[in-house]
Design a protein around this ligand. Sequence first.
Ligand SMILES: Cc1cc2nc3c(=O)[nH]c(=O)nc-3n(C[C@H](O)[C@H](O)[C@H](O)COP(=O)(O)OP(=O)(O)OC[C@H]3O[C@@H](n4cnc5c(N)ncnc54)[C@H](O)[C@@H]3O)c2cc1C
Length: 317
Amino acid sequence: MTVASPSSLYSDLDVDWQLDAPLAPHTWYGVGGRADVLIHPKSIEALATLARRCHRDGVPLRVLGSGANLLVDDEGVDGVVVKLDAPCFRAVEWNADGRVERMRAFGGASMEKLVQECARRGIRGLEQMSGIPASVGGAIRMNAGGKFGAVGDAVDAVAVIGTDGELRVYPREEIRFGYRHTSLPAGIVAWVVFRVAEDDPVACRQRVLEIFAYKKSTQPMGAASAGCMFRNPTLADGRVESAGRLIDQAGMKGTRVGAAVVSPQHGNFLAFEKDANTPARTDDMRRLVETVQSAVRAKFGVELETEVVFWRRGDQP
Ligand SMILES: Cc1cc2nc3c(=O)[nH]c(=O)nc-3n(C[C@H](O)[C@H](O)[C@H](O)COP(=O)(O)OP(=O)(O)OC[C@H]3O[C@@H](n4cnc5c(N)ncnc54)[C@H](O)[C@@H]3O)c2cc1C
């Protein structure tokens, strides 16, 4: 089903837009089709009005972060896709005087740049995000993190534009952060206040580098992937098992469908081979995902769920 995105939804707002916009260049996988319309709001008010109108008219609205956890269908997506790349959504504010204790970052700000800026200024609190590609909004939505902690550990408050177009601020006490999950309601993360602290700049930089080096030594960071494809499953006895280990033990490392391949380095990284003669297609990755799920189900009776977000025409975002 194709849902129209009439220009009356956005043409009078403070936004730029592109019809039939390719989404592949906006994702780490670099594959997938087009958005009916890609909208770049230039203010929170414009974004809020757009969200309200889309909800009113039943037009799907999807938010694109840095595309590091996203697989877009070869047929593209319907409705409206928004990208928070205007200066107002990339801004970062530090408390003006006294010791730095709080920092506000808007939803489209780059998490990698934020981590680097903290290290440069000698501020700790976000070093666990070293080596994790994300926008601030995408990191919060996924509660991105790993061995050294998650983004939620540093959150003081999150502002979300709900489907009704209202901006609501959720203090930390009202948000539950779990494994790649938050209890925040559906909507668009407009900004986040982080709790941070001044520290020895040399120690801060050192910690960021150590965490980055660890990630680089355990994951194929340069591959066209979206990080871990599957969530680590909880087994019947309550233990959380590594999806990568199950995939490895099911003998799936190196398995390929077209240009999509299970990384020989890390079983939970499903990437596209860069020098493959076959063009990279989302459909091949989807079939590789199903092949891996079947193999793990057959060997261990465990159902692997995807962590990567799939965008498809007709799906309810
Ligand atoms: C090389 C590599 C390594 C990775 N390593 C890790 C890791 O160690 N740990 C980890 O957790 N993840 C990892 N990932 C996955 C990815 O970095 C995270 O999931 C990250 O949070 C994605 O953020 P994004 O801005 O790219 O979101 P996108 O991929 O653009 O979007 C992901 C989801 O977030 C939603 N979203 C985006 N912005 C907003 C917003 N402003 N408001 C509401 N929803 C929004 C999207 O609609 C979508 O549903 C890795 C990815 C890669 C490519």
